[in-house]
Design a protein around this ligand. Sequence first.
Ligand code: SF4
Length: 347
Amino acid sequence: MRRALLAWYRRWARDLPWRRTRDPYRIWVSEIMLQQTRVETVLPYYERFLAAFPTVRALAASSPASVLRCWQGLGYYTRARNLHRAAQTIVAQRGGRLPESAAEWRNLPGVGRYTANAIASIAAGEAVPVVDGNVQRVLARLFAIRACIDDSATQTRLWQLAEMLLARRAAGAFNQALMELGARICTARRPSCTVCPLRSQCRARAEGLQERLPVRRSKRPPRQVELVAAWVRHAGRLLLVRRPAAGLLAGLWTLPGTEVRDGQPPARVLRASLRQALGIEAEVGERIGLVRHAFSHRRWVVHVYACRLSPRRRPVRAAANMRWVDRAQLGEYALAAVDRKLLALAR
Ligand code: SF4
């Protein structure tokens, strides 16, 4: 099985930039970016990020805002904050020397068992297994595991199987091969069993179960949340606010606004929110439009209103979490994908 998988990988592996290096810093960045994110999405971000922060010292010396700016649009922003914090820890506590084993990698923020093992096996050849979403699927099918793979007992079993199968002298290539097989051949829907290098050993295929495995716990549908946002201009500038330091999209900039509960009048809620949160008196005008955005666990529907500062209450004080921004300066502010949709709509 190991020989067949490694031979297939050598022949068919995609040529990806992080596969052309053994530099642990570059592999670390790629592994963090690839969490919950597709390869095609990551590619341009990876190049840009490494051009901006070519070494762990450069990353540690940068500001959190510049790291977020480089990450904007990639989602799951806690990853960027943890990467930055981890770089600062490496410089402060290890003199800039990167960890050399999976155990050392795991001491850093944002680095769990999968990520630590992936970096250590790929960069240093350490004989440690990996189990990510792709590997879970491949193993569940290879061994025809009918138990729910979200259960902790099944997770333990999957890690044991990955450890047992591991090609210890080529751990990095083997781990990547297993993940590549899950991404390219043993896909969630319609696995390409006829061209799979493991087809003769696969129990799911033998039993005709490949499309029914793995078994997953059914997910709750994402909750829909209604929000209102204000497009406020004053002296040719647009009002942006920074989200709180914790929570969804923490620290990123957006239009001011708030959540609206069922039955609440949106314009009144927005006016009250501007007054209470920012000390701004504004007249809420027409609705410019609506933006929908899906996160993994919730769906936002954001209604955007054109607002005018009330003539009685100008100028507006500038709180630390708000800025009046020229159009030309917008690029200096880290915005999430949903906020770029809001700005595009209002323009
Ligand atoms: S034979 Fe099919 S189900 Fe089995 S590992 Fe290969 S692609 Fe997956």
